[in-house]
Write a protein that binds this ligand. Structure first.
Ligand code: ADP
Ligand code: MG
Length: 262
């Protein structure tokens, strides 16, 4: 996984956070993010209730991945704030390890460390950031790997695994801190249809267990699993539509303004 800069670097100071409504898993408030002169997020506001499933869609380059990376504190923001479970995670002097525990992230390209075994990939963060002993971290990782049908792969290296297996390892790694929010950045983007469905079932199960899911996707059928579809364009949110129920998601998507070809 990328190690970027801590999210509380390089931001302007600000006053104490105002109280946040209960029941909100995530609040993104006026977030601006630029890479040099390139403004990538131009004032993003997004509330996600506890136990929601929200899909983020929009053309390539519209800022979706950057927003997820900001929420996971892999990128610092220039303005605004991000609040997770009532705690402003973009405040100064926050406990980065505690925050990262609350948020798991899964990427399109899996982002496993190629020189580490499956077990080492899953136990790295608990051992380094949470200071768990090897025995404790291994025991917890083993439970997750068994759950995802990977028990016999624990000593393999990522290049010996299929894409679907690598993504299951990445999901196990994302879950190891027992996060309340799971972020997915096109988690099925590199997988065939059948494997994508398996991975989506895993996300549905995580949601059924009470996790809040925020997922970037380009694919309409995957947005079918969402309760809300949020569309990005050029660093802005241009629509935010509730989906009455999962079966209506396709209709809701069809009703959205047509995105120009990428
Ligand atoms: P999306 O996920 O919607 O395709 P991204 O968030 O990946 O879009 O990228 C938004 C814009 O930010 C793009 O123009 C991209 O080139 C730029 N960008 C993303 N990451 C970086 C970075 N680390 N440095 C410079 N530019 C970046
Ligand atoms: Mg992206």
């Amino acid at each position: 996984m990328s190690t970027g800069n801590p999210g509380n670097a390089g931001r302007r100071s600000r006053v104490a956070p105002t109280p946040v409504n209960e029941g909100l898993a995530l609040r993104v408030e006026g977030v601006h993010k630029a890479f040099g002169k390139l403004e990538v997020l131009r004032g993003i506001d997004l509330d996600v209730s506890d136990h929601a499933v929200v899909c983020l869609i929009g053309a390539s380059g519209s800022g979706k991945s950057t927003l997820l990376r900001c929420i996971n504190l892999l990128e610092p923001i220039q303005a605004g704030r991000i609040i997770v479970g009532g705690v402003e995670i973009t405040a100064r002097n926050v406990d980065l390890n505690a925050i990262r525990r609350r948020i798991g992230i899964v990427f399109q390209s899996f982002n496993l460390f190629p020189h580490m075994s499956v077990l080492e990939n899953v136990t790295l963060a608990p051992r380094k950031a949470l200071k768990q002993s090897r025995g404790e971290a291994d025991a917890h990782a083993t439970v997750l790997l068994e759950r995802f049908g990977l028990a016999d792969k624990r000593d393999e290296y990522p290049d010996r695994l299929s894409g679907g297996q690598q993504q299951r390892v990445a999901i196990a790694r994302a879950l190891v801190g027992e996060p309340v929010i799971i972020l997915g950045d096109e988690p099925t983007g590199n997988l065939d249809t059948r494997t994508s469905e398996e991975i989506m079932v895993m996300f549905q199960e995580l949601h059924a267990e009470g996790k809040t899911v925020v997922m970037v996707t380009h694919e309409e059928d995957i947005a079918n699993h969402a309760q809300r579809v949020v569309r990005f364009r050029d660093g802005h949110i241009v629509s935010d539509q509730p989906v009455e129920n999962c079966t209506n998601a396709r209709k809701a998507l069809a009703a959205l303004p047509v995105e120009e070809e990428e």
